[in-house]
Design a binder for this molecule. Structure first.
Ligand SMILES: NC(=O)c1ccc[n+]([C@@H]2O[C@H](COP(=O)([O-])OP(=O)(O)OC[C@H]3O[C@@H](n4cnc5c(N)ncnc54)[C@H](O)[C@@H]3O)[C@@H](O)[C@H]2O)c1
Length: 261
């Protein structure tokens, strides 16, 4: 198990799901963690369930909110060397029914939210920043960045964008000597709240007769023959955060049972 003792991490979308599991996993390996989320009630409850964790309110689409949240994280943890840009939303639509407001919202949270997260992580962690020790950013993309599945066009586009943001950020960090590695992780379908919503969408859009049959189709497209667990994904994040991955940079790590190969 990778040792993360002494690491100081901010995890967005930490109130539930993959963000909460990531915070739990990083904390179990010795990291001090701040959970950041737009849902203050759930976020505070989540932080209470993770040993030593703090909660800060954050809307990832809002620059000022990021400024305040990173300052609060540096203050609470006495520094900052890890940011996991995990917050994201999923809205499915067929092209023929594409809703422009929904599309703008998902682009805002998944793409702009991740880009602002990179901005504020760099500003805090680069030389002269509030934390100033370099570090690691992990951006949560999706298997959807690597496949073409009906009904999730805009979601897939946002996750492909997250992978590309990651690579440009790694290049910029290297060029400007920030000392920050930047990687992405591409999780396969996880049967949690978002996974269930996605499966339900497939039935609602009449792409599959039922949510269960949509899930069966995903498993059928997955060489490892099962869905992902939240632990699978959090373990992948822990690897990318750790010094074991010291020369892994600008990479997009698929944790999807080879569905997206
Ligand atoms: N669940 C899956 O099957 C799956 C698969 C691949 C990738 N992902 C990605 O993993 C990440 C986490 O997914 P999850 O399954 O835990 O989803 P989830 O819906 O359970 O949790 C998302 C969290 O993000 C928070 N959030 C939403 N908008 C926000 C905003 N503007 N600012 C701050 N926080 C905000 C929510 O309050 C929630 O706590 C997402 O980026 C998602 O796209 C999920």
């Amino acid at each position: 198990m990778t040792d993360l003792t002494g690491r100081r991490a901010l995890i967005t979308g930490g109130a539930r799901g993959l963000g909460l599991q990531t915070a739990t996993t990083l904390a179990a390996r010795g990291a001090a963690v701040v959970l950041a989320d737009i849902d203050a009630d759930a976020g505070a409850d989540a932080a209470a369930s993770v040993p030593g964790a703090h909660f800060v309110h954050l809307d990832v689409t809002d620059d000022a909110s990021w400024e305040a949240a990173t300052a609060a994280a540096v203050d609470a943890l006495g520094g900052l060397d890890t940011v996991v840009n995990n917050a994201g939303i999923e809205i499915s639509d067929l092209f023929v029914d594409l809703d422009a407001d929904n599309a703008r919202r998902i682009l805002d949270v998944n793409v702009l939210g991740t880009a602002l997260g990179i901005k504020h992580a760099f500003r805090a962690m680069r030389p002269g920043g509030a934390a100033s020790v370099g570090g690691v950013i992990v951006n949560v993309a999706s298997v959807a960045a690597n496949i073409a599945f009906p009904g999730i066009a805009i979601y897939s586009a946002t996750k492909s964008a997250v992978v590309r943001l990651t690579k440009v950020a790694a290049a910029e960090s290297g060029r400007l000597g920030y000392g920050v590695r930047v990687n992405a992780i591409c999780p396969g379908l996880v049967p949690n709240a978002m996974g269930a919503q996605l499966a339900g969408d497939m039935e609602r859009l009449e792409l599959f007769p039922s949510a269960g049959e949509a899930v069966t189709a995903v498993v059928g497209l997955t060489p490892s023959g099962r869905l992902a667990t939240e632990e699978d994904i959090a373990n992948g994040v822990a690897f990318l955060v750790s010094d074991t991955a010291a020369f892994v940079n600008g990479h997009s790590l698929s944790v999807d049972g080879a569905m997206g190969m």
